[in-house]
Write a protein that binds this ligand. Structure first.
Ligand SMILES: Nc1nc2c(ncn2[C@@H]2O[C@H](COP(=O)(O)OP(=O)(O)O)[C@@H](O)[C@H]2O)c(=O)[nH]1
Ligand SMILES: [Mg+2]
Length: 174
């Protein structure tokens, strides 16, 4: 059986746990802790976590991981990305201002430059097409090589699968 590992990364509340759950169902492992630091203003009653689940696609077994979102755990990206076909970076329009896109991408530079990477822009419902377009442009401006960016609703399995497919295609291009 073919086995692949895929890693989701992204800031807190970008939709990583939701994406893993959408793909793998409720049978996922998530190590969580009450938020107590700078994150509690964004996610008061929720968790910071490392998630893991399995997605069976026919003969293909995908091991899906999500890294913790807080910056102080960024050292884990390098560890978690080992053995994976690449990383899927989630960026939430609800939580990231357009002026912050460059800074955020810089924080993920290590993981996105060393590995095949696709980007999912999440939580776009409260924005119109022009705002979304500007956000996508901002991403491609800072990282032209990361033009593999799509808008997704990570609550929908179909959308998350599209990201995973893109990831697999991108990984095979190398
Ligand atoms: N409205 C909306 N909510 C979303 C979307 N994606 C995730 N969420 C919600 O955003 C919150 C944070 O998502 P979560 O997966 O916990 O983020 P994580 O910190 O990256 O793991 C959850 O309450 C999700 O249900 C989206 O596309 N639209
Ligand atoms: Mg999470």
């Amino acid at each position: 059986m073919n086995q692949y590992k895929v890693l989701f990364v992204g800031p807190v509340a970008s939709g990583k746990t939701t994406a893993v759950r959408s793909l793998c169902g409720d049978n996922i492992i998530t190590t969580s802790k009450k938020t107590s630091d700078e994150v509690s203003s964004i996610k008061n009653d929720t968790t910071v976590s490392l998630d893991y689940g399995v997605l069976q696609l026919g003969d293909l077994k995908m091991h899906i991981y999500a890294a913790p979102g807080q910056e102080r755990f960024s050292f884990m990206h390098d560890i978690l990305v080992k053995g994976s076909i690449g990383a899927i970076l989630l960026l939430s329009m609800q939580h990231i201002k357009i002026e912050e896109v460059g800074q955020i991408l810089y924080e993920y530079l290590q993981v996105i430059e060393k590995n095949p990477c696709v980007i999912g822009v999440t939580q776009t419902e409260n924005f119109d097409v022009n705002q979304i377009e500007l956000f996508l442009n901002a991403i491609s401006e800072y990282h032209p090589s990361l033009s593999d960016t799509i808008v997704v609703d990570v609550r929908k399995k179909h959308d998350v699968l599209k990201l995973v497919e893109k990831m697999v295609v991108k990984a095979n291009e190398r």
